[in-house]
Design a protein. Structure first.
Length: 74
């Protein structure tokens, strides 16, 4: 079970890193489009403001799972 926790830790780590990179990239690409309105700016500021801390949490959770902090005490 500890190996599964470490493997899922890698998954959380990579998912958090991918989310932290993809969201700002997507926001910039959407906001630099010619059809971007003020509603789009508000939407992407809110989305990145909410999900960047969540992705940091994913990264921390994955790091600690990979490190073995959640393994059963022996």
């Amino acid at each position: 079970m500890d190996m599964l926790k470490k493997a899922l830790g890698v998954l959380w780590l990579l998912a958090g890193a991918a989310l932290a990179v993809y969201l700002p990239y997507k926001a910039v690409s959407e906001l630099t489009a010619a059809a971007a309105s003020s509603e789009d700016f508000v939407f992407w500021i809110v989305i990145t403001g909410i999900f960047i801390p969540i992705s940091v949490g994913f990264i921390l959770f994955g790091f600690y799972a990979l490190k073995g902090e959640y393994d059963a005490a022996e």
